[in-house]
Design a protein around this ligand. Structure first.
Ligand code: MIC
Ligand code: SF4
Length: 661
């Protein structure tokens, strides 16, 4: 039987296990990436592993989320990251050089290689045939140390693209259509592999918009085959020698097939406050829009901004609306500037931001109260923009720009009818990226160019908390009962007032779950130990391991949920928190404040491979909860987390870090 493209790449990198869906596999990692808000923990954990240098083919450290450096703590983080990259042999991309996914795609992403990144949108370069996966920081640290990455073998789903996009429909509408059909948990445990005749009609930047936002489906990764367009993309960066022809076998078998006829698509929009609240733009047209933002790792390429620039040529942004363009990389900014598009857009009333994540997580350009903000980003979780009760819509640059011109949400087809002379800009590749455009080179410090040979830690950079091994008793108050689809933005918000403590867990933990209940941290500390209860898809969204570290620091012993998001579940194991699955009935019955006890000798049961646990509530009623964990995850949990396990092995003298098998 033939193989899917995903299976081929996994097979090439397999160090443990079989490629059977649901089985745990270990794979070798060729490249890693980390960014500023997860990177400090990555390098502190790498330091704790006591390795001299990075072992992967390539490791890259970006500074992209908090580049405005409002506080010295951010600047200290950036300096620490530069020093760590230099000390241990990683590439360092300076603050302002762009968003990790965009800069990685331009400079390092390579077909057929594996990439592990401490950011959930790491799958972006799947658009050029790289198998890229997002994970928690300690998993990146272990991979940098030469350790395998362990993940449940995903089901590979064939997303067959047919036809071609009609005028005004875009790659963003392809992924919004999938979100509309599958929901934010529809991709959990899956890799979405794109095939079919529609693939060749999409350029690499369009493909990467789709793979980037596959994360919103909860997918482990998303990937396209390679072709002339991939080769052409690499050649634009003088990297054509990295091209590899990659296709699934003709007789490959997929777990499922989804057909998307591109020619049926129309401009779509995700309404507040979930990326899967997708409707045709025409259904919500007419609402006044106060803010429009074009950019982010989803739609921040030069080619994504170009349609906006063309649409604005000779026109103006409405007086009702502020329009901000935040290109995804400095290289994209430089190209737009040199080709005159920046000036054109400025004349139309657009403001430019540096190439940063920024507003995507509420750092700058926070919307006004009671206002609509239209963004080309990938997430619109409530409050993420920096104001509670926000109204953030997600759409393509074309819809965003048309709405900026109209001052209200509008389907660009209707605006072009109104204006008479507004043509669909189409999707055009940039003329040349290399030679002439310097940002790619000047803002990346290679390991050879490093100016550091020691770590520089500012006063806010503390150490990584380590938990004690799992004990026999897991018992405590239900500190919080939450609904479905709780995001890591709920657990540890990323807004600027909070983000500056990412390197200081004691301070950061004070904000744990504050978006749901601002008394949580205090109550958890007072209770000393406790559990959390949640519905489906607990921990969706970002890869931030802080969402496990902080609850652990506050004494949370277990999370009882109907289901978990993939990266967050791995992070719970990595920080020694017991993730138990409960059924709908148990979820409905447990109340906040209830006393929950896992009846068995938990440490022994976890180590023995026990799957079913009895949970006693208020010494009154009992229910069964299940632990779905591999042997390796059980060992990690029993030790109190991955770092504890590694340290334990060190002190027993059983091999050097990274201990992971
Ligand atoms: C996000 O988009 O939520 C983030 C901020 O990029 C996170 C990483 C983080 O929390 O630092 C992610 O996607 O993993
Ligand atoms: Fe940055 Fe937003 Fe992309 Fe996350 S989703 S990497 S915050 S631009």
């Amino acid at each position: 039987m033939g193989q899917t493209l995903t299976e081929k790449i996994l097979d090439d990198h397999l160090v443990e296990g079989d490629l059977q869906p649901g089985e745990e596999i270990g794979i070798e990692i060729d490249q890693t990436l980390s960014q500023d808000t997860t990177g400090t923990m990555v390098w502190l954990q790498f330091e704790a592993l006591e390795m001299d240098e990075v072992q992967t083919e390539l490791a890259a450290q970006y500074c992209d989320h908090q580049t405005y450096q409002f506080d010295f703590k951010n600047t200290d983080d950036h300096r620490f990251l530069r020093s760590a990259a230099g000390t241990y042999g990683a590439y360092f991309s300076r603050p302002g050089n762009g968003i990790c996914h965009n800069v990685h795609k331009e400079n390092f992403a390579a077909p057929g290689k594996t990439l592990l990144g401490s950011d959930s949108h790491t799958p972006t370069p799947g658009g050029l045939g790289q198998l890229a996966i997002g994970a928690g920081g300690i998993d990146i640290a272990v991979a940098m140390g030469g350790g395998a990455y362990y993940v449940e073998m995903p089901e590979v789903v064939n997303v067959r693209l047919e036809g071609e996009l009609p005028e005004w429909a875009t790659a963003k509408d392809v992924i919004l259509e999938l979100l509309r059909r599958l929901s934010v948990k529809g991709g959990v445990g899956k890799v979405l592999e794109y095939t079919g005749p529609g693939v060749e009609s999409l350029s690499v930047p369009e493909r990467t918009t789709i793979t980037n936002m596959g994360t919103e489906l909860g997918a482990t990764s998303s990937i396209f085959p390679t072709d002339d367009r991939t080769e052409d993309w690499l050649a634009r960066f003088d990297r054509e020698d990295e091209f590899v022809d990659l296709q699934a076998d003709a007789d490959a078998e997929y777990a499922d097939e989804i057909v998307v006829d591109l020619s049926d698509l129309e401009p779509l929009i995700a309404e507040p406050s979930m990326p899967d609240n997708v409707v045709p733009v025409r259904e919500v047209a007419g609402q006044e829009v106060e803010q429009v933002m074009v950019g982010s790792c989803t739609n921040g390429a030069y080619e994504d901004v170009l349609p906006a620039a063309k649409m604005l040529e000779g026109r103006e942004v409405s007086k009702h609306t502020e329009m901000i363009v935040a290109p995804g990389s400095k290289q994209a900014s430089e190209m737009l500037a040199r080709e005159g598009w920046t000036a054109e857009m400025m004349a139309a009333g657009v403001n430019f931001s540096e190439a940063t994540c920024g507003a995507c997580i509420g750092i700058g350009h926070v919307p006004a109260s009671d206002s609509v903000s239209l963004r080309t980003f990938n997430r619109n979780f409530e409050g993420r923009s920096g104001i509670e009760d926000d109204s953030v819509y997600l759409c393509s640059p074309e819809v965003a720009t048309a709405s900026a011109i109209a001052g209200e949400i509008v389907d660009p087809r209707d605006l072009s009818d109104d204006l008479g002379d507004l043509e669909a800009p189409g999707f055009e590749m940039g003329t040349s990226y290399s030679g002439g455009y310097g940002a790619g080179d000047t803002d990346i410090i290679t390991p050879e160019e490093s100016i550091d040979d020691d770590l520089i830690k500012g006063p806010n950079i503390s150490s990584v908390p380590v938990k004690d091994p799992l004990g026999a008793d897991v018992r405590g108050e239900t500190l919080l009962k939450m609904q479905d689809n709780i995001t890591t933005d709920h657990i540890i918000p990323a807004t600027s007032d909070i983000l500056k403590f990412r390197s200081n867990i004691e301070r950061l933990s004070e904000f744990t779950l504050s978006r749901i209940d601002d008394t949580f941290a205090e109550r958890a500390k007072a209770a000393d130990s406790g559990v959390l209860v949640a519905g489906e898809n607990y921990g969706q969204g970002s890869s931030r391991e802080h969402a496990a570290m902080c609850p652990m620091f506050l004494g949370v012993e277990s999370v009882l949920a109907q289901s978990f998001a993939r990266i967050h579940k791995a992070n719970l194991f990595n920080f020694g928190i017991l993730p138990l699955n409960i059924d709908e009935e148990t979820y409905a019955r447990i109340e906040q404040g209830d006393d929950v006890e896992v009846v068995d000798d938990v440490a022994a049961a976890v180590a023995d491979g026990q799957e079913e646990f009895t949970v006693r509530v208020n010494d009154d009623w009992e229910a069964t909860a299940t632990l779905d964990a591999s042997e390796r995850e059980r060992r990690t949990l029993a030790a109190g987390g991955k770092l504890s396990l590694t340290k334990q092995r060190h002190s027993e003298g059983s091999g050097a870090a990274p201990a992971d098998d």
